[in-house]
Design a binder for this molecule. Structure first.
Ligand code: ADP
Ligand code: MG
Length: 223
């Protein structure tokens, strides 16, 4: 499903080659359909840089990234954005829900932008919210939901366009222990139903919930 070969990515600091930070160095990895993988490493190890490339938000300087059988490592902005919309479902640490929209409107929003008719949008949003255990909170706004519930709405929204991969960047970073358990058990359930999940975290305990761990340190994948 995702295959990276010899990816590298450097950032230029203050202009000039002298200030380069090599954020990823020769990263190769392979994630199969239906796998639940955690990418784990300390702060500054290159997790966000890798996540940006896996999520088609950024391109590597060198190396190949194939997503769902297609080499996307050289795509230009608008093409990359299209692949991102179709293939990737994002979940972020801060939920990133729109505060004035209800749970079902938040989940339906990506379909609105895609031109799906209203009836179908709401049907899909409600089905997904029910799947994440929020069938009784369809009309609540984010401020009326707990942190764990908000993150479950965000997971439902990430799934609404049926992406190839669910990419979650520190999804429990803002949550207390109980809400963390809620979100991790949801990811576990989605994995049981065949979803491909990549969970990015600095937290070893969170990473242990995945089926497999890829450890990254100093921009390199550890053997
Ligand atoms: P993590 O998400 O694991 O904390 P990052 O991928 O954000 O790590 O960062 C990896 C390295 O690249 C760090 O040394 C960081 O300081 C550096 N870095 C990240 N983003 C930039 C940027 N936009 N410009 C310069 N350096 C950056
Ligand atoms: Mg990061």
């Amino acid at each position: 499903m995702l295959r990276c070969e010899h990816l590298s990515r450097a950032y230029r600091r203050g202009g000039g080659e002298a200030g380069e930070v090599e954020a990823l160095r020769d990263v190769s990895l392979h994630i199969r359909e239906g796998e639940y993988v955690a990418v784990v490493g300390p702060s500054g190890s290159g997790k966000s840089t890798l996540m940006n490339i896996l999520g088609c938000l950024d391109r590597p300087d060198s190396g190949v990234y194939c997503l769902h059988g297609r080499d996307v490592s050289r795509l230009e902005g608008s093409e990359l954005a299209r692949v991102r919309g179709e293939e990737i479902g994002f979940v972020f640490q801060g939920f990133q829900l729109l505060p004035r929209l209800t749970a079902e409107e938040n989940v339906a929003l990506p379909l609105l932008l895609q031109g799906v008719p209203a009836r179908e949008r709401l049907d899909r949003a409600r089905a997904l919210l029910t799947q994440v255990g929020l069938g009784h909170r369809l009309r609540h706004c984010p401020a009326e939901l707990s942190g764990g519930q908000q993150q479950r709405v965000a997971v439902a929204r990430a799934l609404v366009r049926s992406p190839a991969v669910l990419l979650a960047d520190e999804p429990t970073g803002n949550l207390d222990a109980e809400a963390t358990g809620e979100v991790l058990s949801l990811l576990e359930r989605l994995h049981d139903r065949g979803r491909t999940i990549v969970l990015i975290t600095h937290d070893e305990a969170v990473a242990r919930c995945a089926e497999r761990r890829i450890c990254i340190s100093g921009g390199r994948v550890q053997p």
